[in-house]
Write a protein that binds this ligand. Structure first.
Ligand code: 76U
Length: 364
């Protein structure tokens, strides 16, 4: 019996155009091999930053110049650099449930980090006002882990909050924004920012593969100055070969071709998965956060505990993650038996069997 994966942490590498990627890499090695000594620029190669600028302005409405782009081998690296641009005792805040890895990371960096709740529109502006932090870290396009989409009105409210004081910033983590299913993508929060309050963070982990380790942040101009002073002697953490291959992959149009194809594929998988879940579970389940990204949240009505279900899932050989690890402080809310269902690594031919095993794991 083979494993079936509902993981939200992986992309379907069987669908990645490795032949196209290798072609781009060969062109880099043929034409730009002297660049392999160029590790100097702390923000990454200028030409790569230009390509990313063009891409995110096209796909996310992000307004920026290549000078504002900082590359890093993962969101953590970018976060680590960012926190050092701010005054020592700046207080951070983030969503709960939220991205546990960043929460733990900030704690390890001895940063004051508080958490605020989320409602059906995402980050709670009332909680944010009550906490009165300096930095708000949010995932408005596809709230992690619930998948909620933050409507424009709430985005404007949070922006207005940030504009009320000098020492307030918004970290917009747009990690899972390439794939939208019901409606068109809502432009990034950064595109509404006229007061240099938003630091836009993105990555290629979902659109390409997490293993490439290329992520980026867009600094507002006035923070660039601080960055340049502090990190003048810093080496870039992303490999030059990966940077230049990625640039070639984007400039040659392969990136957009890939996204178009994956969107179609993920759309089909998502639809089939939701239909199959409805057939098997009926009103014993509720789904949310399914209108974007590569996972959604599912809650089952059952007397069984989450631990029991996870154990049974292993026995049924399905890779399944619960919502519980992402409740950072407020424990009462994770009494529900809620799970994250990812479909990026779930081929259509496994969906039926996967849902049947899931049913057995919960009600069997
Ligand atoms: C909210 C959020 N912001 C960024 C990333 C991208 O991180 P990086 O590739 O290191 O740049 C992820 C990626 N999410 C993890 C990998 F998919 C899974 C989540 C888990 O379970 O910790 C994420 O959730």
């Amino acid at each position: 019996k083979h494993w079936i994966s509902f993981s939200h942490m992986a992309t379907d590498t069987t669908q990645f155009p490795f032949d196209r990627w290798v072609h781009c890499e060969q062109r880099v090695i043929k034409h730009s091999r002297e660049q392999m000594n160029n590790i100097k620029h702390p923000q990454g190669l200028y030409s790569v930053r230009e390509s990313i600028c063009r891409l995110i302005s096209l796909t996310r409405g992000v307004k920026c110049f290549p000078e504002q782009v900082v590359l890093g081998a993962g969101t953590h690296f970018l976060m680590q650099m960012f926190i050092r641009l701010l005054p020592e005792n700046s207080t951070f805040s983030m969503e709960d449930p939220g991205y546990k890895r960043i929460y733990t990371f900030l704690k390890n960096e001895q940063v004051h980090v508080k958490t605020f709740g989320i409602d059906e529109k995402g980050a709670s502006i009332n909680d944010i006002r009550r906490l009165n932090p300096n930095i708000v870290y949010i995932t408005p396009s596809h709230q992690f882990p619930t998948g909620r989409l933050m409507p424009i009105a709430r985005r404007v409210q949070i922006l207005n909050w940030a504009m009320e004081s000098n020492h307030r910033y918004i970290l917009e983590d747009d990690y899972d924004s390439e794939f939208k299913y019901e409606s068109d993508t809502i432009p990034a929060l950064q595109s509404l920012d006229t007061f240099e309050k938003v630091i836009y963070m993105g990555c290629f982990s979902k659109s390409l593969m997490p293993g490439l380790r290329v992520s980026y942040m867009i600094l507002p101009q006035h923070l660039l100055y601080v960055f340049r002073k502090k990190y003048a002697d810093f080496f870039q953490s992303c490999s030059v070969l990966t940077q230049l291959t990625l640039q070639e992959f984007i400039d040659s149009g392969e990136y957009q071709k890939h996204i178009k194809r994956m969107k179609q594929l993920y759309q089909e998988r998502r639809e089939m998965l939701i239909k199959t879940l409805e057939i098997h579970f009926g009103d014993q389940m509720t789904i949310e956060g399914a209108n974007a990204g590569l996972h959604f949240r599912i809650t089952f009505t059952t007397g069984r505990t989450t631990e029991h279900i996870l154990k049974r899932a292993k026995e049924e050989k399905i890779e399944l993650y619960s919502m519980n690890p992402f409740y950072l402080t407020n424990t009462e809310s994770n009494q529900e038996t809620s799970f994250i269902l990812g479909f990026a690594k779930l081929p259509k031919e496994h969906i039926h069997e996967g849902v049947k095993r899931l049913y057995r794991a919960i009600y069997g």
